[in-house]
Design a binder for this molecule. Structure first.
Ligand SMILES: C[S@@+](CC[C@H](N)C(=O)[O-])C[C@H]1O[C@@H](n2cnc3c(N)ncnc32)[C@H](O)[C@@H]1O
Length: 298
């Protein structure tokens, strides 16, 4: 019989194995394959990546070297390419099937300058490369210790390099208010899924029940304030930390007024290379002007 562990007892290796299994399953891969992202899903990516790349291009005098780490089907990689067509992006993921979706898109659209690498994040970060931009999209919640991951990523940054984390859940996702509005916005198939998750979510607090180790923090969320404080102990500074209301387009308009900016994004720079306040101000201003919905700077 499989040994059941509490989340607290799970190691980074256990979670890695859970992710390997999860992202090899037909069900999940088909979800990403069929997932015709509605236009809203890319808005914050476009806005944040464009502003960050504008800032980077002022200090890095060559084509940018970027990584989409845990990049799956390459959502962030493709947005980076559209913001900076000459940049070279390495798309890294542990799932060959997820990477195949990206490979198909690359071939279909004749996109050059995206290298696809099958590897787990920590192994990749042990390699030699140096990058101007490392992106984690919907990724840091798949690690037990996001700070360790960010520290390894920081070691791979070029002199003025930056890290972006985007589309991770905050602890607001645990609130009844959030669950209620998520349920309201869902179609009937997703409503069933949500109900199922709510019940299986309860299992996460039961040490004797099996739970989805790969997605555990999707339901508990990440304490992003604590993470923002934590990065300062590993040589990183949060230049931008924002919470925004990812979701259905009409919900995105309503959620901020209900206190439901539930997803977070951070732009992190190396503390030793103090980015001038003026540049940070301009970065924040550009994001604020371009974002078509209300969000919150932390
Ligand atoms: C929620 S999906 C996000 C995919 C993509 N970044 C996006 O935004 O659409 C999480 C991805 O992380 C990958 N992943 C999970 N743990 C990983 C690890 N330790 N190393 C590399 N990839 C990992 C999974 O295979 C999956 O493709």
């Amino acid at each position: 019989m499989a040994v059941v562990k509490r989340w607290q007892e799970c190691t980074e290796e256990d979670i890695l194995q859970a992710n390997i299994e999860k992202y090899d399953s037909e069900h999940i891969v088909n979800f990403y394959k069929d997932f015709e992202e509605p236009r809203y899903a890319y808005i914050e990516y476009n806005v944040i990546f464009k502003a960050v790349i504008n800032m980077l291009e002022k200090t890095v005098n060559r084509n940018l070297q970027a990584v989409d780490l845990c990049g799956g089907a390459g959502k962030a990689a493709f947005v980076m390419k559209s913001c900076s067509p000459d940049c070279r992006v390495t798309l890294v993921d542990l799932s060959e099937k997820m990477l195949d979706i990206a490979r198909e898109k690359i071939a279909k659209n004749n996109i050059e300058g995206i290298d696809v690498v099958l590897a787990d994040a920590f192994s990749f970060l042990e390699s030699e490369g140096e990058y101007d931009l490392i992106v984690f999209s919907s990724a840091v919640h798949h690690f037990k210790e996001p700070l360790n991951l960010l520290q390894s990523a920081a070691a791979r940054l070029s002199e003025n390099g930056l890290i972006i984390t985007i589309a991770d859940p905050t602890t607001i996702t645990k609130s009844r208010r959030y669950q209620f509005f998520r349920f309201l916005a869902a179609n009937s198939q997703n409503k069933k899924e949500i109900i199922k998750q709510m019940f299986s979510g309860n299992k996460n607090s039961n040490p004797d029940a099996d739970f989805d180790m790969a997605e555990y923090q999707t339901y508990t969320g990440i304490n992003d304030r604590e993470l923002a404080r934590g990065v300062t102990n590993i040589g990183l500074s949060p230049l931008v930390h924002l919470r925004y209301p990812a979701g259905e387009p009409y919900m995105v308009k309503i959620m901020p007024y209900l206190g439901l900016c539930w997803a977070f994004s951070m732009v992190l720079g190396k503390s030793e290379n103090r980015v001038p306040e003026k540049m940070i101000g301009e970065l924040k201003q550009e994001i604020k002007e371009e974002m078509p919905f209300k969000f919150k700077y932390m």
